[in-house]
Ligand binder design. Structure first.
Ligand SMILES: [Zn+2]
Length: 265
């Protein structure tokens, strides 16, 4: 797990698996941890890393309900977990799904020292909305970011100028349309994110290193062009340059199948 300081009040930890990011933000004696690293040793190290860096943990947040972003409770079992209302809906509609996906991952990767993941008592947060943090009227903004999946929330942290956007704007992963996602909805989210990126100095994607604003705008344009080509040309849509690996082509094949089916009404 890599640990990067992006601002006096924000550090980002990057998991060895899929470069999944975990972002800690603090204000005074309060702090939130958004999303999570994946491997048990990384989750075990999390509390120590944050304590040493002086980042208090008053609560956990998650950008969406995919299992790889939901593991903070393994590191902080007693902490409250807040998610945008679309994610709360998805979690209550598919109870046990994250645990099943986690178990499948652990079996595939021979992980046998996983502590149980408890997702009871999740707090549903209004989106768009704001979340107060610390003593000086600091607030984190919540914005809808769906399309990758049926749910999703981007967290904009104004005072350090950091946008934590979930599984969008990744330098290592092309746009990925999940079975419950939608190309059209994803494109609408990208345009919503464009306005937030313009206000941000640092963009933390769900997977991959944090980006500066200009690099995030370039990725946003590439991703939108890819998705529009996917709608127009299906399988023939060219993958964004720099992300044309075998793994990304497999995601592309999934996207092609989903782009050719009509979104649910
Ligand atoms: Zn993810």
């Amino acid at each position: 797990m890599r640990v990067l300081a992006v601002h006096a009040d924000v550090i980002v930890m990057i998991s060895r698996f899929w470069q999944t990011t975990c972002t800690a933000v603090r204000a005074g004696d309060e702090g939130f941890v958004i999303d999570s690293p994946v491997y048990p040793d990384e989750l075990e190290a999390l509390a120590g890393v944050l304590e040493q860096a002086g980042f208090p943990v008053s609560g956990l947040l998650a950008t969406h309900a995919d299992w790889d972003h939901l593991l903070g409770r393994i590191a902080f079992p007693a902490a409250s977990l807040g998610v945008g209302e679309s994610t709360a809906r998805r979690l209550s509609a598919e109870p046990g799904q994250a645990q099943r996906a986690l178990r499948q991952f652990d079996e595939e990767h021979y992980v046998d020292d996983r502590k149980p993941l408890a997702l009871a008592g999740i707090q549903s947060l209004p989106v768009p909305g704001r979340l107060a943090l610390g003593p000086n009227d600091r607030e984190i903004e919540l914005h809808l970011a769906d399309g990758h999946t049926a749910d999703g929330t981007a967290f904009f942290i104004p005072w350090p100028g950091v946008l934590v956007c979930g599984d969008y704007l990744s330098p290592v992963e092309i746009p990925w349309i999940s079975p419950d996602g939608s190309v059209e909805v994803y494109l609408a989210t990208l345009e919503r994110l464009r306005a937030l990126v313009a206000r941000a100095d640092t963009i933390v994607p769900g997977h991959g290193r944090p980006l500066e604003r200009d690099a995030a705008v370039r990725l946003l344009d590439e991703d939108a062009a890819y998705l529009r080509a996917l709608l127009d040309d299906g399988a023939k849509a060219p993958l964004p340059a720099g992300r044309r690996t075998g793994a990304q082509r497999r995601i592309h094949d999934e996207n092609v199948a989903r782009a050719s089916t009509l979104p649910p009404t």
